[in-house]
Ligand binder design. Structure first.
Ligand code: AHM
Ligand code: MG
Length: 344
């Protein structure tokens, strides 16, 4: 019988490689895995019980909150705050930092998450996911927590990952030592290592973008799109357009097959001039994963992981995936910027 490595065993092995690790990190990841299993259970029975649809509330982003989003958020906050290893959390669904109360044991880690990303797909049985990012606190644990402990740049992440609720449930994780994928085996209730050392192809064959926004894009973004529509991909064939509208699912497919995901700024909504996706809970974790897999993630100019967040719900343009494709986008943007500077 082939030896099957569970995510818990993998985490224990990894822990041994982190200098100064105290066991807190493993406990945190184990708690996260447990939360993911509970959310996966609810997601898979979503059509059977009354968890579909809206709660009637509006979240901090001004969007309607779906019931499953709220459920996933509650599970994560409840379990993680009792793990004894976090001092604070931040969620896409909550306006402010959630500090672990003094009445509970606290640790040195901070977790930022999007409890259920791609929520517009919940009601139609299409893939959704949980995204997370983990930092270590910088300030003195005896002193009050600082905003800067939570608003660290992505390069300081100690771990990041996502859970994809799809045809099977998968956990994809990096602790800065490559990217590893684990598939939930429902017969034993364990995530088993199914995709060790994931590497994204250097040259992709897919582009993923909401092309319906074309008329709201800048000329340079339209040029980038036209590049993918009219050039050949890694297989010397036309690029395929694939867009689910769930970041986790679009990202995961491109990670395995090779491709580029784009969410550019647009002028549809004056309140969102820098794109839709959030730096801290969506772009940073995906950027850490893609870089660990050999790919790239930028805002069109800067490396995502080098951006210093100025607030929790900051949105950034996001271009992420196979290295050559992301470089190509940057090259097009640079050329366009030079050409318009010349004209001015
Ligand atoms: P959400 O966090 O409210 O679910 O929004 C984020 C989602 C991403 O999963 C996806 O990439 C994007 O929104 C799709 O947006 P659009 O429908 O504008 O293409
Ligand atoms: Mg989201």
């Amino acid at each position: 019988m082939p030896q099957q490595v569970t995510v818990t065993e993998h985490i224990m092995l990894h822990q041994k490689r982190i200098p100064g690790a105290t066991g807190q990190f493993s406990r945190l990841l184990n708690e996260l895995v447990m939360s993911a299993k509970i959310i996966a259970r609810e997601v898979t029975k979503a059509g059977l019980v009354d968890v579909l649809g809206f709660t009637g509330e509006i979240n901090v982003q001004g969007e309607e909150v779906k019931k499953l989003d709220e459920y996933a958020n509650r599970i994560l906050i409840h379990r993680l705050s009792r793990s004894g290893v976090l001092c604070a959390m931040a969620s896409e669904e909550n306006a402010d930092i959630i500090e672990v109360p003094d009445s509970l044991p606290r640790g040195d880690y901070i977790m930022i998450f999007d409890p259920l990303d791609g929520s517009s797909n919940i009601d139609v049985n299409v893939n959704i996911g949980t995204i997370f990012s983990i930092f270590r606190r910088n300030s003195d644990p005896e002193e009050p927590l600082l905003a800067g402990d939570v608003l660290q740049k992505g390069a300081e992440q100690v771990a990041a990952g996502y859970v994809l609720y799809g045809t099977s449930t998968m956990l994809v994780l990096t602790t800065g030592d490559g990217v590893h994928g684990f598939t939930l085996d429902p017969s034993v209730g364990e995530f088993l290592l199914s995709h060790p050392n994931i590497q994204i192809p250097e040259q992709g064959k897919i582009y993923s973008v909401n092309e319906g926004n074309y008329k709201y894009w800048s000329p340079s973004m339209r040029k980038a799109l036209n590049y993918f529509k009219s050039n050949r991909n890694a297989l010397k064939k036309p690029y395929s357009l694939r867009y689910i509208g769930s970041l986790v699912a679009d990202f995961h497919r491109n990670l395995l097959y090779g491709g580029v995901f784009m969410y550019p700024p647009d002028v549809r909504d004056p309140k969102k001039p820098t794109g839709k996706l959030r730096l801290t809970c969506e772009c940073n974790p995906m950027a850490f994963i893609v870089e660990q897999a050999g790919g790239m993630a930028t805002d069109g100019v800067n490396r995502i992981l080098d951006i210093e967040p100025d607030h929790l719900h900051q949105r950034v343009p996001f271009y992420c995936g196979s290295r050559n494709d992301v470089l190509k986008i940057q090259e097009i943007f640079e050329e366009e910027a030079k050409a318009s500077a010349k004209k001015a």
